[in-house]
Design a protein around this ligand. Structure first.
Ligand code: HEC
Length: 192
């Protein structure tokens, strides 16, 4: 009887250690929990989530008009982390830990049966934003105004080439400041 109890305790301990180890692999030592922990490391370094095309939800698209010719020269496709849309529709705010991914594509423009049509062709890279309601990384210049901000070239989704959101991103997002720096008017799923 005693032996069995001892074995049980030992086994439970092993399972606990196993769970911690597995979680450690997933989380890359983040100040965030859940899915966001796989995107942000302990110093606020960010990476493009490897599974966003299958697990995130689509928010909307932008087409940047071509100069002087029909069609669009760029297309932007914006995704958001699971649960964020439901949460936003409840209170009109992006919940802490929300991740936004904006794909930037060069287009191909062709005559099709619907007319002159541009479609996503070559991926140039990703813009990433991570909601931070508590100011986790005051030392890191990629973080501020309630978000982590980063750009990734298509060749390296694990390492950003941006260094300072105030210089790289902020001025262009000022028109959206009143909606927490996000161009929410382009995203039909957010409207209630
Ligand atoms: C040249 C101006 C400009 C710069 C620089 C810029 N943005 Fe944006 N960003 C925009 C505009 C305008 C939109 C929405 C329309 C579009 O995509 O064309 C947008 C959309 C986004 C989106 C989709 C969510 C939203 O706000 O609607 C993300 C994510 C994003 N930007 C992140 C960044 C990050 C991170 C940086 C800096 C590394 C950055 N942007 C720099 C202008 C800019």
């Amino acid at each position: 009887m005693r032996l069995i109890s001892a074995l049980k305790v030992a086994f439970t301990g092993l399972v606990a250690i196993g769970a911690v180890t597995a979680y450690g692999h997933l989380s890359i030592g983040s100040h965030y929990a859940g899915a966001t922990a796989a995107v942000v490391d302990e110093k606020g370094g960010m990476r493009v989530p490897s599974d966003y095309r299958t697990t995130y939800q689509m928010l909307g698209t932008w087409a940047v008009a071509a100069d002087g010719s029909p069609g669009s020269k760029e297309m932007h496709v914006v995704y958001v982390s699971p649960g964020a849309i439901v949460s936003y529709r409840k209170d009109g705010h992006f919940a802490d830990g929300t991740v936004l991914v904006k794909e930037v594509f060069e287009t191909a423009t062709n005559e099709m049966t619907t007319g002159t049509v541009s479609s996503a062709h070559q991926l140039k890279g990703w813009f990433l934003m991570v909601k931070d309601s508590v100011g986790r990384y005051p030392e890191n210049k990629l973080w501020g105004d309630g978000w982590g901000w980063a750009w990734f070239n298509a060749s390296d989704p694990l390492k950003t080439t941006s260094t300072d959101y105030a210089a790289d991103c902020k001025s262009c997002h000022v028109p959206a400041q009143s909606s927490d720096w996000i161009y929410t008017n382009g995203y039909p799923p957010l409207s209630r």
